[in-house]
Design a protein around this ligand. Structure first.
Ligand SMILES: Cc1cc2nc3c(=O)[nH]c(=O)nc-3n(C[C@H](O)[C@H](O)[C@H](O)COP(=O)(O)O)c2cc1C
Length: 384
């Protein structure tokens, strides 16, 4: 089996079927995305929360560091309805922690969340190579526009029904997000618990019933996991936690240290940071607010309410109040440059599967050029 030649590498013209998961909340930097694309994988930028101008700026920063393809991730699902009682309760619950950090008791008024169409407009204008979505199935109208612009699309599914809906919508690839995964759960149909399917179960299930190529994500930390996912039929491997401790990652030093310490520090599912359920390392805020989770507002209001607390904690490297997103494989994370990790995993996967280290030219020898824009795509200015 040639581990590295798949529908994904073919479509994006990249050497390795390794995708860096979008890493919102600080760890995902333009430097990390560019390093991964330069090393032969597909770097990603988390684009769900920044305002359009900040997104444009981050894309420009990646382009200054690489001429290879990368993906931008967008959040679907909209904003949960504002509820004044929940807002007041969240403020009351967060006030003591804010006081501990010397912040005024009241969290700042949350800004308007960025409009989805505005962000999509940036994708069209910038002609990024790929756009990935989480928290839903994109409208077919949007996917048609992206396809016409030559942009490859990914949806995120946590169970079979979501994958069927995504396939119907017309995405090019589906990321199967296993229960092991760090960060937000992508579940958009049913209760979050119904989307907690392990990757060993989810990938064969989706490859059996879905025609669109599947990308495996969740708990994959090295070449062994990559080889296993390929054997299960995945055309790509999306890895997040494995890159968190890299020098190019924006995770703080204490966050990086906690990842590999593992031991008694286990991951858990929590919605205290953003209003959406995600996998994090347990810390003081998670433990103490756990009994009140049901009282908190939804996404992204809770995200904005905790923003200042998380930011100040990250600046001071105080892990008690940081959102320490991490997958179940975190103890295997390594503080090594992303390119080194990818080269090591490629060698491991090739050894295990008996294939080549890469089906393409070595990344450093011949940079992969961005696909040229397609002329017949709509004028981005008229997109919305
Ligand atoms: C710090 C962090 C931030 C994440 N942010 C996003 C995000 O913005 N969008 C998204 O689709 N997935 C996000 N994820 C989830 C990943 O897409 C992916 O499902 C996960 O990293 C795969 O599992 P692993 O962490 O075990 O490799 C995030 C994961 C982590 C660890």
């Amino acid at each position: 089996m040639n581990w590295s030649h798949t529908a994904l590498t073919e479509r994006l013209d990249i050497p390795y079927p390794i995708i860096q998961a979008p890493l919102a909340g600080g760890p995902g930097t333009p430097q990390l995305a560019a390093a991964i694309s330069n090393a032969g994988g597909l770097g990603s930028l988390a684009g769900g929360y920044p305002q359009p101008e900040a997104l444009r700026q981050a894309i420009a920063e990646i382009r200054a560091l690489t001429d290879r393809p990368f993906a931008v991730n967008l959040a679907l699902g909209g904003a949960a309805p504002g509820d004044p009682a929940r807002l007041a309760r969240a403020r009351e619950l967060l006030a003591p922690y804010r006081a501990e950090l010397g912040l005024p008791p009241e969290s700042p008024v949350p800004p308007e969340p960025p409009g989805f169409e505005e962000l999509l407009d940036v994708m069209m204008a910038e002609r990024v190579a790929a756009v990935s979505f989480i928290f839903g199935a994109p409208d077919t109208v949007y996917l048609d526009l992206l396809r016409d612009a030559g942009i490859v699309t990914f949806g995120t599914a946590t169970h079979l029904l979501e994958a069927i809906v995504l396939e119907e919508s017309g995405v090019d690839f589906i990321v199967a997000q296993g229960a092991e995964a760090g960060g937000h759960r992508g579940t958009f149909i049913g209760h979050p618990e119904q989307g907690l399917v392990g990757i060993l179960t989810l990938v064969p299930l989706l490859t059996k019933h879905i025609r669109v190529p599947i990308v495996a994500g969740g708990g994959i930390m090295d070449g062994r996991g990559i080889a296993a996912a390929r054997i299960l039929g995945a055309a790509g491997i999306q890895m997040g936690t494995a890159f968190l401790a890299c020098p190019e990652s924006g995770a703080s030093p204490a966050y990086k240290a906690l990842l590999s310490e593992g031991s008694e520090i286990a991951t858990t599912l929590s919605r205290v940071f953003t209003g959406r359920v995600g996998r994090v390392l347990r810390n003081r805020l998670v433990n103490e607010l756990h009994p009140h989770e049901a009282d908190l507002p939804g996404f992204p209001l809770q995200l904005f309410l905790t923003e200042e607390l998380r930011q100040v904690a990250a600046e001071r490297d105080l892990t008690d109040f940081m959102a320490l997103w991490a997958g179940q494989g975190c103890h295997l994370s390594e503080n090594r440059p992303a390119a080194e990790l990818i080269a090591a995993w490629a060698g491991q996967a090739a050894t295990l599967l008996g294939g080549e280290e890469s089906s393409r030219e070595p990344p450093a020898a011949e940079p992969v050029a961005q696909k040229p824009p397609v002329d017949e795509s709509p004028d981005p200015a008229c997109f919305i």
